[in-house]
Design a protein around this ligand. Structure first.
Ligand code: FMN
Length: 176
């Protein structure tokens, strides 16, 4: 199969009043105009959403994660652990946010977890520190040229891996 890569963007936080949808919405807006990707926005707070088939049909993942107590949210771990082959031999990139660390400690822990699931994690990240000060009165993330550039750079890396691994999975079934 060729054509655009299917990228599942996962909103990793579920608490009432969360900023996850603002961050994920901004990222989806960055990816939207690209012709090489099709975005599927998965909200873990939406209990009705059938997550498994959407992960299975994805060629790549973008995990949008905050930092909670130097790690990532429990609902995100729950969904990671609930699936296995759906993740395998695919790349994952991270958009992270939080207080002073910008969520980067959560990402480092996610890299360890995803390695166990045969996921290739992308070096480049998009990090938003002091996330509260980046949200406008309309509840959306305020545009920022440097952050937009980082998103495109990360997507370029993710797409390289997604294309390479899609071809590889088609050529040689991945045996764990
Ligand atoms: C339980 C909890 C723990 C947090 N721990 C950290 C932390 O360790 N480091 C940090 O930089 N920010 C921390 N924060 C700030 C969050 O990253 C920030 O509030 C972010 O908006 C949370 O994501 P959410 O709004 O999507 O739930 C914490 C927030 C919560 C609610």
């Amino acid at each position: 199969m060729s054509g655009p890569l299917r990228v599942a963007v996962i909103i990793g936080s579920t608490r009432p009043g969360r900023l996850g949808p603002a961050v994920a919405g901004w990222f989806a807006d960055q990816a939207g105009p690209r012709e090489d990707v099709v975005i599927d926005l998965i909200d873990l707070a939406d209990a009705e959403a059938p997550i498994g088939p959407r992960l299975a049909s994805a060629d790549a993942f973008v995990v949008v994660t905050p930092e909670y107590n130097h790690s990532f949210p429990a609902p995100l771990k729950q969904v990671i652990d609930a699936f296995s082959v759906e993740w395998q031999a695919k790349p994952a990139a991270f958009v992270c946010y939080g207080g002073i660390s910008g969520g980067l400690r959560a990402v480092e822990q996610l890299r360890q977890v995803f390695a166990e699931l045969h996921v290739v994690t992308i070096r480049d990240t998009v990090s938003v520190h002091g996330v509260w000060s980046h949200v406008g009165p309309d509840g959306r993330l305020i545009d920022d040229a440097a952050r937009a550039g980082a998103a495109q750079a990360m997507l370029n890396r993710l797409i390289w891996w997604a294309r390479a691994l899609r071809t590889a999975r088609q050529t040689t079934p991945y045996a764990a």
